[in-house]
Design a protein around this ligand. Structure first.
Ligand code: UGA
Length: 451
């Protein structure tokens, strides 16, 4: 049974991507009636069947339960906004060819909502936008509607866990009352999290009081892109040092384990590999660079991070070429097409770049991903075959590339792999394997920065 209608516990979420679906599914299972609005009828139809169009741990159980209890209403209509106390904008911001984010959806969502918003309702921007955008969007809304920037920090693959266990919740804006309204929504979600745990098995730790940051609008906007840019910087730094490790015989994993043991530095996001991908880091880094340029600020530190990242797929392919002499007519398996483990997302996936580079160099490429085969089809060169199992991908191949850190790639039987391969080269583009396991199975190992 749905809870009784009251506008204080009715909200709308515009945009049914990772952020919108997660926000809506969690709120709808913690006491809110949620209109999940998207102009894409196909996505709404999938949501109405009780599942998401992407793979994400726990999310389908939440959607199904909220639909059954009538707390979640996926719809292409904006009418739910007339009943909502809070409207979240979670629309996509794809990048323009010059690296700046395309804000068309951000503005069109605000325009569509502005005609329908109740007096005293709050418009909350969750989409990642360049600093300064909020001021423009706020000016499109009716005078009595407050505008808040509440950036999202969830990672794909752990979206539900991250929403229940956030390091911080940033609520930026000029209207204290509106900030507190948004804060109290998060507190309600926190109090209702036991229901999420019951449905998904994903647990929540209580928030420390310090985890709310009530800031001004521009700070909130800048916090989001700065956090992503800094993590991207860490990865590119680790990859730069990995290249030096390759030249000198140092092992990047040993180096970063010790360097990251310093609490001031921290070990996370120092894993060297084929570089970062996905819908966020590449776009946010180029968006920050173009924002800075627009204001006459030199952000060459991020341009360098970007360049290092772009070089990584080619770097590992080139390293492997030295072992195989040539890729011409070689049969090569690429395991991992998602941009990271735990998701079916293939946007800016380094695994896809590696597969296409190998195919361009004349190799016959067989690709496999446990969850992203379907998503990868249109991004892979047509000469690449996509198969449904690791065994189908690896039999009779000269070399195997591991491009995503899925546990099943790490846990495979390497003696068996050695038996079914024609050649013996294993290229670990995500540094997840233990080189000695590979060598013991009679295979040759190449990683990034591992000597
Ligand atoms: C990232 C941020 O981590 C989230 O906090 C943020 O909310 C999100 O972007 C967003 O802006 O929406 P996500 O893109 O899901 O989340 O993925 P991450 O787990 O951060 O990984 C990004 C990429 O970096 C992946 O390709 C991953 O393989 C790579 N990576 C990560 C490395 O190459 N090395 C590392 O040490 C860590």
């Amino acid at each position: 049974m749905g809870t009784k209608f009251h506008w204080h516990n009715t909200i709308s979420v515009i945009g049914s991507g990772y952020v919108g679906v997660t926000t809506a599914a969690i709120a709808a299972n913690t006491g809110y009636k949620v209109y999940l609005i998207d102009i894409n009828q196909e996505r709404i139809d999938v949501l109405k069947t009780g599942k998401s169009f992407f793979y994400e741990e726990g999310i389908d159980a939440l959607i199904k339960n909220a639909l059954d209890s009538k707390q979640l209403i996926p719809t292409t209509s904006y009418d739910g906004i007339t009943k909502s106390s809070i409207v979240f904008s979670c629309v996509g911001t794809p990048d323009n060819s010059d690296g700046s984010p395309n804000l068309d959806y951000v503005f069109s969502a605000a325009k569509a909502a502005s005609n329908k918003m109740k007096k005293d309702a709050v418009y909350v921007q969750k989409s990642t936008v360049p600093v300064g955008t909020g001021k423009i969007v706020a000016s499109m809304l009716p005078g009595q509607v407050a505008y808040i920037s509440n950036p999202e920090f969830l990672r794909e693959g752990t979206a539900v866990f991250d929403t229940l266990n956030s390091d911080r919740i940033v609520i930026g804006g000029a209207d204290k009352e509106a900030q507190n309204k948004v804060k109290s929504l998060y507190e309600t979600i926190e109090h209702g999290s036991a229901n999420i745990t019951k449905l998904t098995g994903i647990t929540a730790q209580p928030h420390a009081n310090g985890s709310y940051f009530l800031t001004n609008l521009e700070s909130a906007e800048l916090i989001k892109v700065t956090a992503n840019a800094f993590l991207a910087l860490k990865i590119s730094f680790a990859n730069s040092i990995a290249k030096l490790a390759d030249k000198t015989g140092a092992d990047i994993t040993e180096v970063m384990d010790a360097v990251g043991a310093d609490a001031r530095i921290n070990r996370s996001f120092l894993n060297a590999g084929r570089g970062y991908g996905g819908g966020c880091f590449p776009k946010d880094v180029s968006g920050l660079i173009s924002s800075a340029a627009e204001h006459g600020v030199d952000l060459s530190i991020m341009t360098a991070a970007n360049e290092v990242n772009e070089s990584m797929p080619g770097y590992i392919v080139h390293k492997a070429k030295r072992s195989l002499t040539s890729f011409e007519k070689k049969k090569i398996a690429v395991l991992g097409l998602a941009f990271k483990a735990g998701t079916s997302d293939t946007r800016r996936s380094p695994g896809i770049k590696i597969a296409n580079l190998l195919a361009n160099a004349g190799a016959y490429v067989v690709a496999y991903d446990p969850h992203a085969n379907k998503e990868a089809v249109h991004e892979l060169k047509t000469t690449i075959s996509i198969v449904e199992t690791i065994v189908d991908a690896t039999k009779n191949v000269d070399a195997v590339f591991i491009a995503t850190e899925w546990p099943e790639f790490k846990q495979q039987d390497f003696h068996e792999l050695s038996r079914i391969m024609k050649g013996n080269l294993v290229v670990d583009a995500v540094n997840i394997l233990n080189p000695s396991d590979i060598l013991k199975a009679g295979l040759q190992y190449i990683g990034i920065g591992r000597g």
